[in-house]
Design a protein. Sequence first.
Lengths: 438, 247
Amino acid sequence: MFYFLIFFTKIVIFFSRLFKFGAGSTWPGHLALFFDSKFIKKILQKNNHLKIFVITGTNGKTTTVALLKHFLEKNNVSCFSNQEGANLLNGITSSLIKNSNFFGKINKEVAIFETDEFNFPLILKELTPLAIIILNLFRDQLDRYGEVNTIFSRWFEALKNISSNTLVFLNGDDPQLYYLGKKISGQVFYFGLDKEEMPLKKLPHDMDFNYCPVCFKLLHYKKIAYSHLGKFFCLKCGFKSKNIFTSKESFSDFPLKGIYNRYNLTAVFLFLKKIFGFSIDKLKLLLNDFLPAFGRQEKITYNNRYFYLLLSKNPAGFNQSIEASISFIGNKKNVFWLILNNKIPDGHDVSWIWDVNFKKIFLVTKEIFVSGDRAFDMAVRLKYEETLLKKKIIPIIDLRQALKEILKVTKEKDEILVFPNYSAMLELRFILVGRKFL
Amino acid sequence: MKLYLGWFYPELMSTYGDRGNIIALSYWAKILGINLQVIVISLKDPKEIILKMDILFMGGAQDKQQEIVNNDLKNHKGDYLKKAIEAGVSGLFVCGAYQFLGQYYKTADGIKIPGLSIFNLYTENPGNRFPRLIGDIGVKTKIAFDKIIVGFENHGGRTYLSDKSLAFGEVVFGFGNNGRDKTEGIFYKNTIGTYLHGPILPKNPFLARFLLNKAIQKKYKKEIRMKKFDENWEKKAREKVIKENLK
């Protein structure tokens, strides 16, 4: 049965690519699991050599996986990952099938699996990773995933009895994740930023944890990087972080802007140092030809204009995209394009846009185009932010129509900063670069 | 004309985008020529400040945050909040904040947490085997029965009013207080308790103006002149939700 399933699903992949039904990134896995719920365990038994890494968190997963792959490949470590967006069990299974031969043997050393915060516990039931990275936890799609405390409890349940050999890399600037590290059985390492690099003194509105996870009194912060990530301490019980790995040297070669990407990079550095013994100084030399992942500060040339896609799907992420975009363009006035959908992968509720701070956009924009299923929700949001600047806001639901207008108001070599949420990003990429499988 | 807007516990009760209501009230105050000052009322602040406010607002949050706030309300600020609401202050209390003001909240584990008993209602979470009530919601409200207001609800607790005629509105689509009796929220004196996120005021701006007007009436004994306002985008945002749900 096992060999038949591999054979059968590989044929599915072949035909789905041949006839362009899709990339075969979920269906083959879905079929394999449907006929044999133990399929993952079986294929992994045949591949004991495979080092499995699992990456989760609210924001930064895809970029972190891309960074890991970049560095591993440059160091001649063969690896593969599940396709972006296919981060449920079926996506992981599909990637295992794709990378195996007809006998179920995988000829690679490392498998990197990205999984969303909700599915992470389910995935840990199916496989035992050598190492895990948890990047952060912010509110995101509350109607789909639930509140952050609910997610946190599920993570805690999944991790508390994990093998003591498992290496767990946690964001030590997140009070809740730091606390998690003290409560689980794996070998825990923390990454974070240096206090000097943190720009804020006051907790911003988009934060989710401001109370002590031990005694529930309000936490204090010496400095804050963004959201609730920072140097926290509790006056009542003394809870605070220590032994955080930071990497403060300059990153001028790093093409990704924004402090949130510094976290992703620091996590990757610590990870590769601990697991492969790579030298961080050498890794830094490999940074300049790193290409951003799909829609994550990705630059797309269209009609001789440059469109920068900054995926923005929750308050913390959106605020960080805005910060990053400003460090892209400086004080130049650009056209902005905000695209808000509420399809299944986006979550149906768009209330969260009211937790984003849009003021800074108005300082650096000529016009703000607003599109997507919920374009008018976004238009109202912007209008209420800057009463007097309503004329700068141009709502056009349809993406192609908006694109036409944007081409009219821009000239060659202009930069357009696009902030789409998930399904909007896919839709726009389809328009700008044509059919391209994820 | 000057009004004070008291915003309760923004650092704890802001999980669901309810800050939009503060932004909407500020926007409409500006349009109507009202000088609106937003005052944060937090854990460390003295309770006396509540009585200086003309409008009160509190949003929804997660259980843990609500527990912290509930303690502060019960031990410090609750009596003053009750006084203010009974005296007819304009108020908007969303989701978790709405539940606090009832008699009690029974958690999913069956623990009864007493509320402030300002509203004659109670809330029970039937347990984790029952789904949360999540989705778009449309309501015809007491304030303008000819209009459907829209929002988004996401709550585990089911709320029951002792007197259904106190409901803020009647559910057109969605769940409302409990998913059974078609009631949504409560309207008591000049205070609205509701499950509507979305947030409620930006997409239904006449409600924002209603709250401001009530506050002006109470403080200055006069009415705001309502004219035709530019609210085409708000209307389109609202109509989109109605269209999707009344197919």
